[in-house]
Design a protein around this ligand. Sequence first.
Ligand SMILES: NC(=O)c1ccc[n+]([C@@H]2O[C@H](COP(=O)([O-])OP(=O)(O)OC[C@H]3O[C@@H](n4cnc5c(N)ncnc54)[C@H](O)[C@@H]3O)[C@@H](O)[C@H]2O)c1
Length: 319
Amino acid sequence: MRILVTGAAGFLGSHLCDRLLAEGHEVVGMDNFITGDPQNLAHLAGNEHFSFIRHDVTQYIFVPGKIDAVLHFASPASPNRNSPYGYPNLPIQTLKVGALGTHNALGVAKAHGARFLLASTSEVYGDPEVHPQPESYWGRVNPIGERSVYDEAKRFAEAMTMAYHRYHGVDTRIVRIFNTYGPRMRLDDGRVIPNFIKQALRGEPLTVYGDGSQTRSFCYVDDLIDGIYRLLMSDEHEPVNIGNPAEFTILELAEIVNKITGNNAGVVFLKSERDKDDPQRRCPDITKAHTILGWEPKVDLEEGLRRTIPDFKRRLAQA
Ligand SMILES: NC(=O)c1ccc[n+]([C@@H]2O[C@H](COP(=O)([O-])OP(=O)(O)OC[C@H]3O[C@@H](n4cnc5c(N)ncnc54)[C@H](O)[C@@H]3O)[C@@H](O)[C@H]2O)c1
């Protein structure tokens, strides 16, 4: 297939391009670098099966030649308001890429009779009352909170995708991605794994907000990309959760990072900076992915961190 990937220069988009190329497809990457990094695609320079178009997908999208699939991954993704790359600091861009960008990307799929896959998020569940979250749960989202620019944009994007499927007959897929980590995450995007790895590699104590008892589940990027590829090749049109259901407290995560990096500086507890819409707990129910895609995560947290840390070490040394 000849596949358009929006957000190709981002963390997930660049891994997706690698997987699609490895499967023998031709890939057209598209990105405006608002939160992405051209370095994430540098290794593909000279690859005759890969081409790149610098473009803001909130503007009309034109791609020369035939397209068989569109994978729409463009969107800021970090909730951290202290990072310039966090969506609280890119609110209008985030709403526009979720709404106008999704509309334009669906337009490409419709015009080419192509398959379409939307990168949605566990954030559509908001601060959930149901644990773990199955796809049938409708969510509890604050429509005007700081995070709403992302959550509501993705909910709109899902609604738009289903409308194109039902009304125009576009062959669509929706993946609800839960917290994912791995090589090429931005060092400064403010999410907990990059923060901890950076602090540990600098020999600093890891900063834990509150008492560290809040839990998170983390999926290694190769597992996620495998689930997305299986979904793309399936016939499922309704949303599918992809994530790792193994829950860890933030304190457990800090201890694992310190152990792997050999950091003896321990942890330091700071008063919670938790914003009021930040969920205390979020965990995927992956029964559907298991049943219809035969997918389950294979890389545990310690192994995934061991695969991630050398990339951070190299980039920190270059910074
Ligand atoms: N990383 C996660 O844990 C996670 C979790 C849930 C959902 N997602 C979704 O997966 C997708 C990728 O996330 P990521 O972690 O790789 O983030 P990222 O910021 O690394 O990648 C997003 C990419 O989209 C590009 N982009 C943003 N707006 C654009 C626009 N208007 N035009 C063209 N390009 C644009 C950015 O420059 C960047 O390269 C996003 O849609 C995100 O919502 C990610």
